[in-house]
Design a protein around this ligand. Structure first.
Ligand code: FAD
Length: 524
């Protein structure tokens, strides 16, 4: 068995784990992060894309509202390459009570969430597709955040401070030495090899899977309830500003512009297993109806992809066990030394992607306290790699880069303006990565054609680079198409059926992808 030594092991490479490894490394500890899959492949890659202004929670969860407002300002500064400053509106549609706006404004003032009441006519001028029957509107500082860029930014910062990031390492066991954590055992999912990481501290950031991890250390009954929600991406930006309904938080009340698309969401239902989330046709219809309320004619736009994620909600005794919509969005830290008599293990769950840095700060403070050390947090003071300039990305940034290299750069993915060089460089940096790993960093196949045009080009180019052989290229293409299909199948109606028929004609009809030689070894 391979053996590694470190001070701290961080389990889970979502936003919380990425924030924690950065914080731990910046405070001078030796640290290793392990995730069973790629960075941000759990909930942090399956969320709505909203950098909360706090406005959503000013009445329902005032403490979270203030945290969101403060973290929004910090992240916009230190992680500009992951955040578009779209701004946001809270609007009362014709089915909402405009008087509720008074309570909302009172809450916003009390929680220090920046806001301004604006004229309906100004909103309609800025966002002409919004329902003209809105009666009241407030402007807030909502933004659009790319979860993959955000998590990789934090992970790369941690690497600069000496941390190791081990993706595709699944934790199978936590070894203890009496009442002290001693090691984490992982399986390298790419090679099948077991790895033992000796350490004196473990921070469990496995979120919806956090209870499973705690149980591996002999700490039972950590109840993280998966609150599942679905989202649907439409084929273009129907709005350029985040649009929220001015109402108590409910299903389908936010539309977020994210890169080239806009996303309606979400639902909230207790799931039994965070690895088996369903997208029902009823939920899809519910989301489209909700979109129609914000933007009349919403259903006429093409839905291109649907996905589901699981909120890691720590069980709340104040609400029923199935009522995930009303469980707190606040963070919870479980100290297993006081709860279970095991030193060197903390579990953190709950919160939001917007508050990930603060969550990390709190849990690493708790670790330092348990170790009897004073090392202050510095994560708010330094920009992450890739965001050094302090500027925020804008929707036109790839077009701008393209115009600088006019006619020299071959384009592999027209929808997302992804060049051959971007793809080749990413593959060289991550030669064992799947096309989905590269997709998360480059947005390969995430636009309107959903990989119909670009996936086979990417396969050909990948083969040409010499990083992979023909068998692996075939396996990667199959896996990519299979994964894309999971998100297309639930929204097959209208124009998307036509697009899918065209993609099928290209991939199956012309290239006969279905009859490529079977791969001997399945690609993970
Ligand atoms: C539908 C929905 C919409 C949301 N929208 C927003 C939003 O717009 N804005 C916002 O701020 N927040 C939003 N949230 C909340 C936010 O997405 C989550 O709070 C956040 O992403 C949780 O991050 P995490 O790192 O705690 O969990 P995750 O991202 O799930 O990370 C946990 C990691 O643990 C890993 N893991 C599990 N088991 C093991 C194992 N055995 N070994 C190794 N690794 C393991 C998983 O692979 C995973 O990567 C939304 C959540 C949902 C569900």
């Amino acid at each position: 068995m391979k053996r590694l030594q470190t001070d701290v092991v961080v389990i889970g490479g979502g936003s919380t784990g990425a924030g924690v490894i950065r914080d731990v490394a910046m405070r001078g500890y030796r640290a290793i992060l392990v995730d069973r899959a790629d960075i941000a492949q759990g909930t942090s890659g399956r969320f709505h894309g909203l950098l909360h202004s706090g406005g959503r929670y000013v009445v329902s969860d005032p403490h979270s509202a203030t945290e969101c407002a403060e973290e929004n300002a910090i992240l916009s500064r230190i992680q500009g390459s992951a955040i578009e400053l779209t701004g946001g509106y809270f609007v009362a549609t014709h089915v909402d009570d405009p008087a509720w706006g008074d309570e909302w404004a009172k809450g916003a003032a009390a929680t220090k969430v920046p806001f301004e009441e604006v004229k309906v006519s100004d909103v309609l001028l800025a966002e002409p597709r919004i329902n003209p029957r809105i009666s009241r509107a407030f402007k807030v500082e909502d933004g659009s955040v790319d979860g993959w860029q955000l998590c990789w930014g934090a992970a790369n910062s941690a690497k600069q401070y000496g941390a190791q990031i081990l993706t595709y390492h699944r934790v199978t066991k936590i070894e203890r030495d009496g009442d002290q954590v001693a090691a984490v055992i992982c399986r390298d999912e790419k090679t099948g090899e077991d790895v033992q990481i000796d350490c004196s501290f473990v921070i469990n950031c496995a979120a919806a899977w956090g209870g499973q991890i705690a149980a591996m250390a002999g700490c039972p009954d950590v109840q993280v309830v998966p609150g599942a929600g679905i989202m649907i991406a439409m084929n273009h930006r129907l709005v350029n500003t985040v649009v929220n309904r001015l109402t108590y938080p409910a299903d389908g009340d936010i539309l977020v512009p994210v890169h080239t698309v806009c996303v309606i969401g979400t639902t909230d239902q207790k799931a039994d297993d965070p690895d088996k989330l369903q997208i029902s046709r009823d939920e899809v219809q519910q989301m489209l109806d909700c979109g129609e309320l914000l933007v009349p004619g919403f259903r006429n736009a093409r839905a291109v992809h649907a996905w589901a994620g699981a909120r890691p909600l720590v069980k709340d005794s104040r609400v029923g066990s199935g009522d995930t919509r009303h469980m707190s969005r606040g963070m919870s830290i479980i100290d297993h030394s006081t709860r279970d008599g095991l030193k060197g293990l903390l579990t953190i769950a709950g919160g939001k992607l917007t508050t990930y840095r603060l969550m990390a700060e709190h849990v690493v403070d708790a670790m330092c306290e348990q170790r009897g050390e004073t090392r202050p947090c510095r994560t708010a003071d330094e920009n992450v790699p890739g965001s050094e300039t302090g500027t925020n990305y804008v929707i036109t940034h790839r077009l701008h880069d393209r115009e600088e290299n006019w006619q020299r750069e071959q384009i592999l993915c027209e929808c997302e303006l992804m060049s051959r060089k971007m793809f080749v460089d990413a593959l060289a940096a991550q030669p064992k990565g799947s096309f989905d790993d590269l997709r998360r960093q480059l947005r390969l196949g995430m636009g309107p054609c959903q990989g119909g045009f670009c996936s086979m080009r990417a396969t050909g180019v990948a083969l040409e680079t010499g990083h992979i052989d023909a068998e692996r290229a075939t396996g990667l293409l199959r896996l990519f198409l299979k994964n894309r299909w999971i998100g297309i199948w639930p929204i097959l109606y209208g124009d998307q059926v036509r697009q899918t028929a065209l993609d099928n004609w290209i991939l199956a009809g012309t290239l006969d992808v279905g009859h490529l030689p079977e791969t001997k070894k399945e690609v993970v």
